[in-house]
Write a protein that binds this ligand. Structure first.
Ligand SMILES: C[S@@+](CC[C@H](N)C(=O)[O-])C[C@H]1O[C@@H](n2cnc3c(N)ncnc32)[C@H](O)[C@@H]1O
Length: 258
């Protein structure tokens, strides 16, 4: 198990261009009230039954490497990443309406044109709406652990999740997971281990490190955190199985209930 603190300690120093400890510094946009809501709405990809993967990608208005944050919460991580890497597109996926709104508002306040957020369920989203081989990084940061045994089926990080995530990754792409729950972490590592298209690689912290809201809270409480990342497996494996996988990926999406 790799602790996040160890990884932070070994990260090279970085001079931030802005204050990461205060997510609203400096404001590029000073809008508020109705105007903020109006602008924020433009960052939300409508939870529309007719949305297609093409429309989703086109909603950015440009082609760029895509990173997605599954369960993006209030969008703190997403908007800070988007500011830090303006040459990439960042997509948040979140099912709670108020958190979707918060994410969109942060994108406006941070002046990030490269953020979109979609209100939907994660698993159906990665199975049916992410184009095959399209994503550079998938972040799953502090997913709900559902610690009670009777709720275990609700846990996101299961073999089906990793299969779908691997299919969505572009060559060289990676899945990055962090959690405060040791047992869930072990379970996730086992689940990912069943996916032949993913290879676990050494954890490397982002540079600069960018923390989510939950992570900030856990770090301030001194809790141990666990992190792992998996790269899409060797291109040769992909070439051998790629066509079938692409087909399966689409079929999985079609089979999902509404
Ligand atoms: C524990 S919070 C973590 C939020 C954020 N990643 C952070 O670290 O601050 C988990 C988030 O994932 C969202 N979520 C959980 N399961 C989901 C699902 N199946 N589909 C969409 N969103 C989900 C929740 O609504 C919540 O905002």
């Amino acid at each position: 198990m790799v602790s996040v603190e160890e990884a932070h300690a070994s990260s090279p120093q970085f001079e931030p261009h802005f204050n990461f400890s205060n997510p609203f510094f400096p404001f590029r946009s000073c809008v508020g009230g109705e105007e903020l809501e109006r602008q924020a709405a433009q960052f939300v990809v409508a939870p529309d039954a007719f949305i297609t993967s093409e429309r989703l990608i086109e909603s950015f208005g440009r082609a760029a490497p895509l990173e997605i944050d599954l369960g993006c919460g209030d969008g703190r991580f997403l908007s800070q990443m988007a500011r830090c890497y303006p040459d990439k597109n960042f997509l948040g996926v979140e099912r709670q309406t108020e958190r979707v709104r918060k994410t969109a508002r942060k994108a406006v306040l941070f002046g990030c044109q490269n953020v979109r957020v979609v209100q939907t369920e994660i698993l159906s989203f990665i199975r049916s709406l992410l184009p095959y081989g399209s994503v550079l990084r998938i972040h799953v940061l502090f997913p709900d652990p559902w610690p009670k045994r009777r709720h275990s089926k609700k846990r996101l990080l299961c073999p089906a999740f990793f299969e779908a995530a691997a299919a969505a990754l572009a060559p060289g792409g990676e899945v990055r997971v962090k959690t405060d729950c040791a047992r869930y972490f072990q379970e996730a590592v086992c689940a990912a281990g069943q996916c032949v298209l993913l290879e676990q690689v050494e954890w490397v912290e982002l540079n600069p490190p960018i923390h989510t809201t939950f992570e900030t809270r856990f770090l301030s409480e001194g809790l141990p955190l666990f992190a792992a990342r998996w790269k899409r497996a060797d291109e040769r494996i992909f070439k051998r199985n790629g066509a079938d996988l692409a087909e399966n990926h689409l079929n999985m999406g079609r089979k999902l209930p509404e």
